[in-house]
Design a protein around this ligand. Structure first.
Ligand SMILES: Nc1ncnc2c1ncn2[C@@H]1O[C@H](COP(=O)(O)OP(=O)(O)OP(=O)(O)O)[C@@H](O)[C@H]1O
Ligand SMILES: [Mg+2]
Length: 502
């Protein structure tokens, strides 16, 4: 097979910080190539260079038809290189057609040629979603996260140009930066069927991911970046996951790393063991129903426990959390909050939302509840520094601009902000999305520590193994109906999946 894409000795620094230090990578036509590495390793930066969104300091890129040095995404598109970036790009209020043709609208004397736009969108969507299951006229916000992801891919392909039906797409290289971060297993599998079909049609696909199972099951080759250098590559199907993790971390993943060393971590300002009444109820839901979802949800959350909520994308998990918080009106039932220190939410729909990207990491961690002008910088910086070390946030320091952090590290800033508040009840929706394997364990350990110190945690996750490993009890949400919770000892991943999908 011929190389569709060769990156040669790419170097890139931001100011004094060398982010890519001579990275070479080759992807063949028809190949799905996984790009792995810890948060901040340089994956997205490398892909942004490929798309012309950043300029490399040194190095070269060669495509099948010759040397390539894009000055911007338009150049990249011209040569058939397209990307679905890590941050979502769809406009929620626009419909599917409008989103897909955004920026390439077919127009005549300034007027959108609706029919033509419709044809482009339906062809592009046909390539990634098949059937016509996704309604073209629906506003994107009405779609599930999984379907939105498919629209993102359709959009990238359409932007790269669609040939005649027989030719399919004009794009040659498709980059997917963490496409499955917010999907459950079955949605992810469905997405990968489409990705494989695109590869079979001749595209070279770069798949940035934190899921080792994605690599083994869906990629052909892989490359691992660590600190801006390639430190492992090979065959995705036959390489042991342990070997890949070792390359990512430069050491073994410490699975024995229990709560003990997190316990030693200083300074949660949360309740101390002394004022915690073991098992005291903090939050109770009695047959809560919203306008459409949830339809029926009851549970009691007590001090010291983590209640897991499993459910497929679209089962109403986010709606349930919104109903608890009173963000959406309930139509019947009752939410009884007895927690003296209130309730905090880490929302699923983060994508930088709520972060002040232009301000420092420390400001973002500290400023949530307080006004921006009431704080003393020294203390803010100390608090920022503490969380940077607590969650291994990869930043040059508390003063770094948040917008310059990698995607995963921005998420950690949001987690830090929630955890440092002294809420009694934490609702955490997909807390490990976009977070690398080593940090995942850290985040989950932190939740367990908080529970042990008397907090109550409701953990929503598409990652079933994460629920089984972290929760005390798990309830399954199915089409808006929450099953009674059962102790984690009665659950396995398979049982959860069966129950959620039945
Ligand atoms: N514009 C910028 N200015 C300064 N530093 C930057 C800028 N963009 C990225 N960086 C730094 O480059 C490093 C690599 O970031 P990158 O986004 O490529 O990581 P990543 O591998 O995609 O991580 P993640 O898994 O979290 O998405 C990070 O340390 C980040 O802070
Ligand atoms: Mg990234």
């Amino acid at each position: 097979m011929t190389s569709a894409l060769s990156l040669l000795e790419i170097e890139k620094s931001f100011g004094p910080v060398a982010v890519l230090r001579g990275v070479s990578l080759e992807v063949k036509r028809g190949e799905v190539h996984a790009l792995l590495g810890q948060n901040g390793a340089g994956k997205s930066t490398l892909m942004r260079i490929l798309l012309g969104l950043e300029r490399a300091d040194r190095g070269a890129i060669v495509l099948a038809d010759g040397p390539y040095a894009p000055r911007g995404p338009a150049d990249a598109r011209e040569r058939g290189v397209v990307m679905v970036p890590q941050e979502r790009t769809l406009c929620p209020a626009l419909d599917v057609v409008e989103n897909i043709v955004l920026g390439i609208e077919p127009s005549a004397s300034g007027l959108l040629r609706r029919k033509e736009a419709h044809a482009i969108a339906s062809r592009a969507l046909g390539l990634v979603a098949g059937d016509g299951r996704i309604p073209l006229a629906a506003p994107v916000r009405a779609l599930s996260v999984a379907d939105q992801q498919l629209v993102e891919i359709a959009r990238a392909l359409a932007q790269g140009g669609l040939g005649t039906d027989a030719e399919g797409v004009r794009a040659k290289v498709l980059v997917l930066d963490e496409p499955t971060a917010s999907l459950g297993k079955s949605d992810a599998d469905r997405l990968f069927l489409r990705v494989r079909a695109l590869a079979d049609a001749g595209l070279a696909i770069v798949l940035v991911t934190h899921f080792l199972s994605d690599v083994r099951e869906h990629a052909d080759g892989y490359t691992v970046l660590r600190d801006g250098k390639v430190c492992g590559s090979g065959d995705a199907k036959t390489t042991a996951p342990e070997k890949i993790v070792h390359a990512m971390l430069g050491r073994e993943l410490d699975t024995e790393r229990g709560d003990a060393d997190v316990e030693g971590a200083h300074g949660y300002r949360g309740a101390h063991a002394a004022d915690v009444k073991e098992g005291e109820p903090l939050l109770e839901l009695r047959a809560v129903a919203g306008k459409t979802k949830p339809r029926d949800a009851s549970f009691v959350l007590r001090r010291g426990e983590i209640l897991g909520i499993a459910g497929l994308v679209g089962s109403g998990r986010t709606e349930l959390l919104r109903a608890i918080l009173g963000l959406d009106p309930t139509s019947s039932g009752k939410v009884v909050l007895t927690a003296p220190r209130g309730i905090g939410l880490l929302s699923e729909d983060r994508g930088g939302e709520g972060l002040m990207l232009g301000r420092s990491v420390a400001d973002n961690i500290e400023l949530s509840a307080r006004g921006p002008f009431m704080v003393r910088p020294a203390r803010v910086d100390a608090e920022g520094a503490r969380w940077i070390s607590e969650l291994s946030i990869r930043a040059s320091g508390p003063a770094q601009r948040t917008g310059d952090l990698s995607g995963g590290n921005q998420q950690k800033v949001q987690i830090a902000r929630l955890l440092r508040e002294d809420y009694d009840v934490l609702l955490v929706d997909e807390p490990t999305r976009g977070i690398d394997v080593a940090s995942k364990a850290q985040v989950l350990d932190l939740l367990r520590t908080l529970a042990r110190r008397g907090k109550g945690v409701v953990l929503v996750s598409s990652q079933l193994e994460e629920l089984v490993a972290t929760c005390d009890r798990i309830a399954v949400l199915r089409r808006g109906v929450l099953s009674p919770s059962r102790p984690v000892s009665e659950w396995t991943e398979q049982k959860l999946l069966l129950e959620a999908a039945s």
